[in-house]
Design a protein around this ligand. Structure first.
Ligand code: HEC
Length: 174
């Protein structure tokens, strides 16, 4: 007769714990499923009988459609930043404090001489760099229009009346 053979399936304390946990979890899950079924099945007749079902559905899927429609706009806005945004992310580093002799943001005396050169010259100088001013403020990924917008933003804050650059018709973004 073998003493190894046990009639119980539970042989170790670990198995006992697992069986104990399952004993709790299974009824709980069962109760949750029943509750879920009751809730969902009680809702169903409502929406089936309602003539609003289709409208309801349309309303529910609408936000998704809105997002899809809005995407090209959002992408365009993201691809092309405003002068203020570019100033804050790139130019502020030097022009905010006047570091390295940069004309300080809003300093009318410092900017007036530059503004007198005209928008075209100022943009051209900034794009190729002038003394301690790195080309495009060091942000080589800025498009011409984005850079010009930042120049216009800074110049106009310091009393200039530069014009926003027009968007090129052949390339709407960038
Ligand atoms: C690393 C520092 C630094 C950053 C970043 C920077 N600038 Fe400058 N910028 C300067 C300095 C210094 C000068 C003054 C150069 C000089 O005349 O000696 C200057 C001058 C200029 C001028 C005058 C050019 C002229 O006609 O003489 C413009 C326009 C200008 N910056 C635009 C910008 C714009 C737009 C940005 C952001 C996209 C920017 N800068 C970012 C340092 C910087």
């Amino acid at each position: 007769m073998s003493t190894n053979e046990s009639q119980s399936l539970i042989k170790t304390p670990k198995q006992l714990i697992i069986v104990g946990l399952l004993g709790i979890l299974v009824p709980v899950l069962g109760a949750v499923m029943v509750a879920y079924f009751v809730v969902t099945s009680s809702k169903k007749p409502d929406s089936e009988h309602s003539s609003m079902a289709a409208e309801d559905m349309a309303r529910r899927i609408k936000p998704v459609a809105d997002v899809v429609i809005a995407e090209p706009d959002a992408g365009g806005a993201k691809a092309m930043k405003s002068g203020e945004e570019i100033y804050k992310t790139v130019c502020l580093a030097c022009h905010g404090s006047g570091a390295a002799g940069a004309p300080k943001f809003g300093d009318k005396a410092a900017w007036s001489k530059l503004i007198a050169q005209g928008q075209k010259t100022m943009v051209a100088n900034g794009m190729k760099g002038v003394r301690a001013m790195p080309p495009r403020g060091g942000a080589a990924d800025l498009s011409d229009i984005e850079f010009e917008r930042a120049v216009v933003y800074m110049a106009n804050t310091a009393g200039g009346s530069f014009k926003e650059p027009a968007l090129p018709k052949d390339k709407a973004a960038k």
